[in-house]
Design a protein around this ligand. Structure first.
Ligand SMILES: Cc1cc2nc3c(=O)[nH]c(=O)nc-3n(C[C@H](O)[C@H](O)[C@H](O)COP(=O)(O)OP(=O)(O)OC[C@H]3O[C@@H](n4cnc5c(N)ncnc54)[C@H](O)[C@@H]3O)c2cc1C
Length: 481
């Protein structure tokens, strides 16, 4: 009997899992699965403890779902990717594995790891098959008329939709059970050798059943209110499925198919089509990682922005991190992040813009910090979001357009409902003064236990324009790509 091994990574589900499906295609093969935890590598990648905890809890559920299909999940912990590859080789020898099946990851280190695994296992006589699974369409498959990678989102999105209209990517069901009775007496999965931090399972559905339930409920009704609600952090206007997509308890194809089942016009127009656009943004950033691997190596997309003279201000960075900048919307955002591991998208843009364009701190510090706290931390989306905000990315906000954090707050949290949730020290401030609490306190002779603004926005804006302008001049010899 041949043995098929599924190497699970960020695809923690039995439904619509390309590698698992392919491994189970033959009725006669013995199928086993393996998850290798690499805590030292995760530390290097700044993985948030809450994300590690989410993975661990989801893995326990996956072990159960696989056992119901007669598939044993093996589990091992080692340090880093090199150790994982070496363990994989030994494991394949011990278990007499004939074929390995896995779903691609697109980050640079992950691709290097997988290339090494493919090479070494092939030398050992193991057949290796990889699959594009965490995207709607494979990176490199949607290109411009000049056969180049798209660098601008709108034409990419148009071309993407056209391809999807021509034929949807298949959404696979779970493979049928391989044994009459489920496996029992499952070995306990020891917790990862990683800092542990709990999270709210009501906010972040653990495992694929809960993820699918959230997806179904969202696509039935809330998605129709998405365009009107999605920018207002006080309302529950978005799906909160990002952790599921980042860790693979849910696939983007499942999102697409469920969306179209509930809202058949979503590929064309209307409210549901706006949500689909977000899934396409997600793929856009993945396609960019593959086309421009420097994005995984701390490099800006636009070379001229290497010349920006970022400020070294650890005190200001600490104030931003802790939600003590004196700008209520920024502080509420950072406290939501620190307390829950998640931040609303509008706030991610505001908080990132504030760090970069009000404090003139290098976007990479913010990118790292977000990654270390976000439960949905995802290199492609996080890097894309930070480079967009920093004006260093492809199709980024122009460098001279700078968010005003106060007017952003007034626009998207007018009555301060969200701010009040996270800044109890502003409880006494009336709604209309919530974005200028110190002006109100001064006028009314009140004392507030809340910091004064650490910078003055108007002056900071002028300084930022000057340092970007200087960078442009200094790098005029370098082509801006
Ligand atoms: C500075 C910054 C950092 C970010 N870091 C991350 C990150 O580490 N991980 C992450 O998943 N998203 C990141 N995003 C994108 C976005 O903020 C989150 O995906 C979104 O807030 C998740 O909430 P949701 O699941 O309710 O999204 P919804 O609005 O319901 O969107 C559905 C899904 O589409 C994807 N998506 C939505 N917006 C974007 C976007 N702008 N770019 C890429 N994918 C998107 C996500 O997978 C999301 O779950 C970042 C954005 C910015 C501006």
């Amino acid at each position: 009997m041949t043995t098929h091994l599924v190497w699970l990574r960020n695809d923690l589900r039995v439904n619509d899992n390309s590698a698992l499906w392919a491994a189970c295609r033959s009725r006669h093969a013995r199928v086993i699965a393996l998850f290798i935890a690499t805590p030292a590598q995760w530390r290097q990648h700044n993985m948030a403890p809450r994300q590690a905890e989410y993975i661990w809890r989801s893995l326990r559920q996956l072990q159960q779902s696989l056992a119901e299909k007669g598939i044993a999940l093996h589990y091992h912990q080692c340090d880093d990717f090199a150790a994982a590859v070496s363990y994989l080789q030994d494991f394949c020898r011990q278990q007499r594995v004939d074929a390995l099946f896995y779903n691609y990851q697109y980050e640079f280190n992950e691709r290097e790891r997988d290339a090494a695994a493919e090479r070494l296992l092939s030398q050992q006589g193991v057949t290796v098959q990889g699959f594009d699974d965490s995207v709607l369409l494979p990176p490199g498959s949607v290109r411009t008329g000049n056969n180049e990678a798209y660098k601008v989102f709108t034409p990419f999105s148009k071309a993407y939709r056209k391809r999807l209209r021509a034929g949807l990517p298949e959404c696979l069901s779970a493979p049928p059970a391989r044994t009459e009775a489920p496996l029992t007496a499952l070995p306990p999965l020891s917790p990862f050798d990683y800092p542990r931090e709990s999270f709210d399972e009501q906010l972040f559905p653990v495992g694929e059943a809960a993820a699918l339930q959230r997806l179904r409920a969202f696509c039935r009704q809330p998605v129709l209110a998405y365009p009107a609600q999605r920018d207002f952090p006080a309302s529950e206007g978005t799906s909160r499925l990002s952790v599921c997509l980042a860790t693979g308890t849910l696939s983007p194809r499942q999102c697409l198919h469920r969306l179209l089942r509930e809202q058949p016009q979503a590929l064309e127009e209307g409210a549901a089509s706006i949500w689909l656009n977000e899934l396409i943004w997600r793929d856009f950033y993945r396609h960019l990682l593959v086309a421009f691997p420097r994005l995984c190596k701390n490099q800006p997309f636009a070379a001229w922005t290497k010349k920006v003279a970022w400020q070294q201000r650890p005190d200001r960075f600490a104030a931003w991190r802790e939600g003590k900048t004196g700008y209520p919307i920024v502080d509420a955002a950072m406290r939501q992040l620190n307390a829950t591991g998640w931040m609303h998208n509008r706030l991610r843009m505001i908080a990132a813009s504030f760090l970069i364009k009000d404090l003139q701190i290098d976007w990479r510090s913010g990118e790292r910090y977000f990654m270390s706290v976000l439960i949905d931390g995802d290199l492609a989306a996080n890097n894309g979001g930070w480079q967009w905000s920093a004006s260093t990315g492809t199709d980024a906000v122009p460098w001279f357009r700078i968010f005003n954090p106060t007017t952003q707050g007034e626009r998207f949290d007018a009555g301060g409902e969200f701010i009040r949730r996270w800044l109890p020290e502003l409880a006494a401030v009336p709604d209309k003064a919530i974005h200028h609490p110190h002006d109100w306190a001064k006028k009314n002779h009140q004392r507030l236990d809340y910091p004064l603004p650490i910078v003055e926005h108007k002056a900071a804006r002028e300084q930022t324009l000057a340092i970007f302008e200087a960078a442009r001049k200094a790098s005029s010899a370098i082509s801006p790509e």
